[in-house]
Design a protein around this ligand. Structure first.
Ligand code: GLN
Length: 483
């Protein structure tokens, strides 16, 4: 059963107060933090204040949102007024946002209780959270392994029950891949469904905010609370938001599921393939129609992404120059100050991306790289269109492997980039994608990726929910959460 619904019932019946729940989560978070390091900032005081306000509103007989009193963690690249927002980068040292991001504003209004801001790869660039300039986050299933990334802290926090739900951002897989590594549900909505006002920009044509949760219903409830048009974000879509959670049913008879052949072969661990095959068999038993689809351009997804994302990042990160935000290293000249600030403030991966992006956008190279990548992006979209002519929802593994050991890939950026082979095409096409647990390999969780049509969130949740109800992978808890 949905964790949110369970807590809501307890609150409504007066079995527990929101303050009790907040205390329980804050205490567990404190206990586990020395091992996990999911959080960059704990916001204990704010959480207790928000919880007390929910209790007052309950006392007054107000009808509250399902998220009222629910402990939530926020990735530290979303601005929270008066609370440090670091993007896990030294360059934002001392930056306290003077405004609230739209998502956190909506969550505050809904009465959600923020327990803290979570660790990430610096500026969300990475797949293991090891690019954080602050700390290493551990995977709750095996403390020697990475939690995935870049939203590693948000995934680990939900997996270890330090928060009921959390928010991440996904530019190339940063919600789905850590969800897969940590054994939780992670969802990237259609591009534009959730406002990005107050989300620190990485690659603006790809970035989306989305939910982490232990169950599909909880993820649907969280998306419900944050989705919708926002005048502060010109890229946000003006569409009606359906009641995702209310429409969930465990039936999917007749649903056409397209298995992406090109993501089931090379480079994928045998155990992962095997478990995904079993998930396909489960879908067949549930009455879905399984078809195979071919997406031959997906093999260019990674190289396309690593032109487009760094190009956009190089432009977005130009603003960190020691003048307006965070760190400033004094020097003899203005240019010297810029250079010194950026040299000291950014980590190696961020510098690598700025260098690649600046090169790809420079005169004489623009056509050969950025423009060409945009053309391949169109071809990838067309492959999706052809696949969706045959299927309602597409399926693949989320990641080619399970969580790897910390340190295993830090010296080899290319092998780290391969971690997002299966998630990247979804961002390039702006589609919704979801990862949910589908088994274990050597004690580590494996994720199943489902992909929907643009604005097909409802069908996507429905497909995920039916599988979840037919299996009990989501009920398994990491050893650290039980101890
Ligand atoms: N791992 C990918 C990268 O390093 C995706 C990151 C993301 O989605 N924020 O760019």
């Amino acid at each position: 059963m949905s964790v949110i619904r369970t807590l809501q019932t307890q609150l409504q019946q007066g079995d527990r107060t929101a303050v009790d729940i907040a205390r329980e989560y804050l205490e567990r978070t404190q206990q586990l933090e020395s091992k996990l390091k999911s959080f960059l900032t704990l916001t204990e005081e704010k959480a207790l204040e928000q919880a007390a306000a929910v209790d007052d509103r309950l006392q007054a007989g107000e009808e509250l949102s399902p998220l009222a009193g629910i402990p939530i963690a926020i990735k530290d690249n979303m601005c929270t007024k008066g609370i440090a927002t670091t993007c896990a980068s030294h360059i934002l040292a001392g930056f306290i946002p003077p405004y609230e991001s739209t998502v956190t504003q909506k969550l505050n209004a809904a009465g959600a209780v923020m327990v803290g801001k979570t660790n990430l790869d610096e500026f969300a660039m990475g797949s293991s959270t090891e690019n954080s300039a602050m700390q290493l986050t551990a995977n709750p299933w095996d403390l020697d392994c990475v939690p995935g990334g870049s939203s590693g802290g948000s995934a680990a926090a939900v997996s270890a029950d330090q928060a009921v739900i959390s928010l991440g951002s996904d530019t190339g897989g940063s919600i789905r891949q850590p969800a897969s590594f940590c054994g939780v549900v992670g969802m990237k909505p259609t591009y534009g469904l959730v406002s990005r006002y107050g989300l620190v920009a990485f690659a603006s044509s790809l970035d989306q905010i989305g939910p982490f949760a232990r169950t599909v219903e909880d993820a649907a409830l969280l998306l419900q609370a944050i989705a919708g048009r926002d005048p502060m974000d010109a890229t946000s879509l003006d569409v009606e938001i359906p009641d995702y959670a209310a429409a969930l049913k465990p039936e999917i008879a007749g649903l056409r599921i397209g298995v992406i052949k090109d993501l089931m072969g090379e480079g994928c661990e045998e155990d992962v393939k095997e478990l995904v095959q079993r998930a396909i068999a489960t879908y067949e038993e549930l009455g879905a129609e399984i078809v195979e689809v071919e997406c031959p351009t997906f093999k260019y997804g990674l190289s396309t992404y690593y032109i487009i994302a760094p190009s956009e990042a190089s432009a977005n990160l130009a603003r960190y120059d020691g003048v307006k935000y965070g760190l400033r290293e004094e020097a003899d000249s203005l240019i010297g100050m810029y250079a010194k600030t950026r040299e000291r403030g950014f980590g190696a991966e961020v510098k690598r991306r700025i260098a690649i992006g600046t090169y790809a956008l420079s005169a004489g190279y623009y056509d050969a790289y950025y423009l060409k990548a945009q053309k391949v992006r169109t071809l990838i979209k067309r492959d999706f269109e052809a696949a969706f002519a045959k299927a309602d929802v597409l399926l693949s593994p989320t990641s080619p492997s399970v969580a790897f050991k910390a340190g295993a890939k830090v010296g080899d950026p290319l092998s780290m980039y391969l971690s997002d082979l299966m998630t990247i095409p979804v961002n390039l096409a702006g589609l919704p994608g979801l990862s949910l647990p589908c088994g274990f390999s050597q004690g580590l969780p494996v994720g199943l990726q489902l992909i929907g049509k643009a604005l097909g969130e409802m069908q996507l949740f429905q497909a995920a929910y039916a599988y979840e109800q037919a299996t009990d992978w989501h009920k398994q808890r990491p050893p650290i959460a039980i101890a």
